[in-house]
Design a protein around this ligand. Structure first.
Ligand SMILES: Cc1cc2nc3c(=O)[nH]c(=O)nc-3n(C[C@H](O)[C@H](O)[C@H](O)COP(=O)(O)OP(=O)(O)OC[C@H]3O[C@@H](n4cnc5c(N)ncnc54)[C@H](O)[C@@H]3O)c2cc1C
Length: 468
């Protein structure tokens, strides 16, 4: 077992993976300027320069060695809290590697149906953990005409499916869309996007393959396709990460990498378990993001001398309420954890689904509040190059002055961050991410209806109404 260094991570990406970006087929992503920032973001998760950082990002395994904490199977609330702490520090590449928790939490249920599949999950877990690899959550199918089931589509490949079974393994065909960081990980962990019926056995399929496997092709898309300067783009210059449109063009998956091949009764179990861990990741990010909104709203108002205004105070209170509700939900979800067969614990499903829903359905309103307090400079602020040009810069410094305690460059940086995360390419991306990543609003509504104690609520209402 060994923790990789950032350099070893970068070298590990030279594995013949087939990726495309903006019309270009990229043979070696480590040599492509488009991938410079995403690779730096992912490599930073491998950097543990201080004992404090090592403590946050790694743990001691059952054999006494250090592994990345993303692989620690939580057994109690303290483990969940440490996991949240790690997630706050980690990039999305580490975040999606949480897919291993989803797999491990269903392993014992899978064993009831096919012990071999469960052994395959266990083997993959050790392989990924012991080699400090990263894995993507590969679940969302293109889905074609949503009114028809997987096997009823005009093209049978619109959901990933098994096209052949051989002595060596299964041959799969199809695509999975919107896969975060697909080109930056080592393993693609594939699961069904939803429950499958008995006549959809070829679509009830789950497996993992290395990204460089023949037949795997990834088409990338990101909010930032080039290196951006950090003054004008304080967030996206450092955090850009592509999503992958992942194609499985008749990919042979060896039997020892298969977790499901036709057992339809397990399809929704796998999908739901991934949904929970995806939404937990989204919630951790939402807690940080909503706190940032409060900070930006307070700063921008203070810098314009409006912070004591009643309207500013009440808008700020709305943002504080949003941030605090999310923080309390995350704390509640960890404190009221649930336990899977086998003893692994996971955050409270109802709390995670309700919080992800609350976050997503109020996110656009939170953006509105922040932009309302900020004014038009959010989108019209001149760029750094005009500030640095002495001829234009003198006017920018003169007319963006508010008061002696406010430095013009600092004010510009605050505005740039607000624009970058709410009103520019990354900002638009985040509006959609809040709604869709981890499943759209409908997915959380379905889960809340399923988990909440509706029977208990009805009994309470009947008793209150005096109905026997
Ligand atoms: C930036 C980003 C990153 C993502 N990362 C990943 C990832 O790493 N891995 C991954 O697997 N997926 C990922 N996703 C995919 C995400 O989970 C889906 O976008 C989401 O589940 C919605 O599916 P869809 O995009 O196919 O939308 P569609 O199915 O086209 O849905 C559009 C709308 O149709 C309605 N609808 C859909 N399904 C239902 C339903 N069951 N009941 C009622 N109404 C419904 C809803 O209004 C829904 O919002 C990511 C998405 C984004 C935007």
């Amino acid at each position: 077992m060994s923790l990789k260094t950032p350099r070893e991570y970068v070298d590990s990406l030279k594995d013949g993976r087939v990726t495309f970006w903006d019309g270009e087929k990229i043979d070696d992503i480590t040599a492509s300027p488009k991938f410079t920032t995403p690779i730096a973001v992912a490599a930073a998760d491998y950097d543990h320069p201080s004992p404090e950082r090592t403590e946050v990002m790694t743990y001691v395994t059952e054999t006494g060695e250090r592994a990345h904490r993303v692989f620690q199977i939580p057994r109690n609330e303290d483990d969940l809290i440490k996991r949240v702490r790690m997630m706050e520090e980690m990039s999305i590449v580490g975040g999606v590697t949480g897919v291993m928790m989803a797999l491990m939490s269903v392993k014992d249920d899978v064993a009831q149906v096919n012990p071999q599949y469960a052994a395959n999950i266990e083997r993959l877990y050790h392989h990924v953990r012991d080699n400090d690899l990263r894995a993507a959550e590969v679940i969302t199918d293109p889905k074609g005409d949503r009114s028809r089931r997987a096997h009823e589509q005009d093209d049978p490949d619109l959901y990933v499916r098994i096209v052949r079974r051989t002595d060596e393994g299964i041959v799969v065909r199809g695509a999975k869309l919107h896969i975060s960081a697909a080109s930056l990980v080592h393993e693609l962990v594939v699961m069904p996007t939803k429950g499958m019926r008995q006549d959809e056995t070829d679509y009830a399929v789950s497996f993992s393959v290395p990204v460089g496997t023949p037949g795997v092709k990834i088409i990338n898309r990101s909010f930032a396709t080039s290196q951006l300067n950090e003054f004008d783009y304080p967030a996206s210059a450092h955090h850009s990460m592509p999503e992958g449109f992942v194609v499985f063009d008749d990919v042979l998956v060896p039997w020892d990498r298969v977790f499901l091949a036709g057992e339809t009764q397990l399809a929704s179990r796998l999908a739901q378990s991934l949904g929970l861990w995806e939404r937990t990741g989204g919630l951790v990010a939402a807690v940080a993001e909503s706190k940032m909104f409060v900070g930006l709203a307070a700063l921008v108002s203070e810098m314009q001398g409006k912070d004591r205004d009643a309207h500013v105070q009440s808008t700020l209170a709305e943002l504080i309420c949003y941030a605090q509700m999310l923080k309390m939900s995350l704390d509640y979800a960890c404190a009221n954890f649930e336990t899977a067969t086998g003893g692994m614990v996971y955050p409270n499903s109802l709390a995670v689904n309700a919080a992800k829903y609350y976050y997503a359905s109020n996110y656009h309103t939170a953006v509105k509040y922040l932009q309302d307090l900020s004014g038009g400079l959010v989108v019209t602020l001149p760029t750094e190059s005009d500030l640095r040009n002495p001829e234009s810069g003198q006017y920018i410094r003169k007319y963006l002055r508010t008061k002696s305690t406010v430095d013009v460059e600092s004010r510009m940086r605050v505005y740039n961050l607000i624009r970058d995360i709410t009103a520019d390419a990354l900002g638009g991306w985040r509006l959609v991410v809040a709604l869709q990543a981890g499943g759209g609003l409908a997915a959380q509504r379905t889960m809340m209806n399923r988990i909440y104690d509706v029977a208990g609520a009805k009994a309470m209402a009947l008793a209150a109404a005096g109905v026997k």
